[in-house]
Ligand binder design. Structure first.
Ligand code: NAD
Length: 295
């Protein structure tokens, strides 16, 4: 199967490498030409715009930062939709608004193709190891067709409903991650202020009812050594909370936890920490409490 891959960033590059490693004929495109170098060294062909990458492919994967860029790549002058061969399948691995996914799926269908939304969870390590969780919205028959590719990227692939449903589950998941990370940062700082050691807190709480993925994945690896290279960047978590907050607004649903959590990531961005890992939200608490949670 000929595969196109558009967006070769922290997630897209390792995913595309896995597909090339599995033997797929691969056409790649990224707006930063240098992002394709590792792939071309492995035998992939770099294209000069999204349309070119799509024209030569039966299945086109996208891993892009946000809805505005995804729309431009899909609908723009040299975009995917204009070059799509009838019968081609678009697999969008980005995290975007469910309603944007639905609209793009309609546009692809009008062109004789099909699209599934397939946002992922599991971070860069999951992408490198083919161990992502993939949440798919769209037709089951299209997911079945995509499995030939998705099986190399994820260990758990869930079909959760029609177009946009994968994005809806992802949005709910990342609302929880964002709020859990902020809560863990707040709690760890209070514990330190009370004289507890970081090790004691992690050992006890990870076996108690306060346990969370945010605590277990971020405390020992990022916060305690004070190393905040992502990981999962504050800017992306902020964007995911914006997806949740704006979607909730459109449904007239109050979202106090999501809005409060988003403010903490806003503070991190304002402090120049947008490209740091989400665990760096703890620096706000540390500055206020005038201590650091390190070991
Ligand atoms: P990233 O910023 O590292 O990569 C995005 C890539 O898209 C970059 O290489 C950039 O040059 C490219 N790009 C930007 N505009 C483009 C355009 N017009 N045409 C082609 N390429 C363009 O982001 P990432 O961390 O790889 O995340 C990608 C998506 O996956 C996002 O939607 C993110 O929310 C989601 N996600 C990320 C993680 C994570 O841990 N990083 C985890 C799960 C999901």
């Amino acid at each position: 199967m000929k595969v196109g891959f558009i967006g070769l960033g922290a997630m897209g590059r390792p995913m595309a490498k896995r597909l090339r490693g599995a033997g797929f004929e691969l056409s790649v495109y990224d707006v930063m030409a240098a992002a394709a170098e590792e792939l071309t060294a492995l035998g992939a062909v770099a294209k000069s715009n999204p349309g070119e990458a799509a024209a030569s492919s039966e299945l086109i994967c996208l891993s892009l930062p946000n809805s505005a860029i995804l729309k431009e790549v899909m609908l723009g002058e040299n975009g995917v939709i204009k070059s799509l061969e009838p019968g081609s399948l678009v697999v969008d691995l980005s995290s975007v608004e469910p309603q944007v996914s639905r609209r793009l799926a309609e546009a692809v269908e009008a062109q004789g193709g099909a699209m599934i939304d397939a946002p992922v969870s599991g971070g860069v390590v999951g992408a490198e190891n083919g161990a992502l969780t993939i949440m798919v919205g769209g037709k089951k028959e299209d997911l079945d067709k995509a499995q030939e590719v998705l099986k190399h990227l994820g260990k758990k692939v869930f079909h959760v409903g029609g177009p946009g449903s994968g994005q809806a589950v992802k949005l709910v998941n990342n609302l929880l991650l964002g709020a859990n990370m902020a809560a863990a940062a707040e709690a760890l700082t209070l514990g330190k202020k009370l004289g507890l050691t970081p090790e004691t807190m992690l050992e006890v709480i990870s076996q108690s009812s306060g346990a969370s993925y945010a605590l277990s994945a971020k405390a020992e690896k990022f916060i305690y050594p004070g190393r905040f290279e992502p990981g999962f960047a504050v800017d992306l978590q902020y964007k995911d909370l914006e997806l949740a907050v704006s979607t909730a607004k459109s449904l007239s649903m109050p979202l106090p936890m999501g809005n409060t959590a988003q403010q903490l990531y806003e503070i991190a961005r304002a402090g120049g920490r947008g490209r740091e890992d989400i665990s760096s939200v703890i620096k706000f608490y540390e500055e206020m409490a005038k201590i650091e949670v390190r070991s």
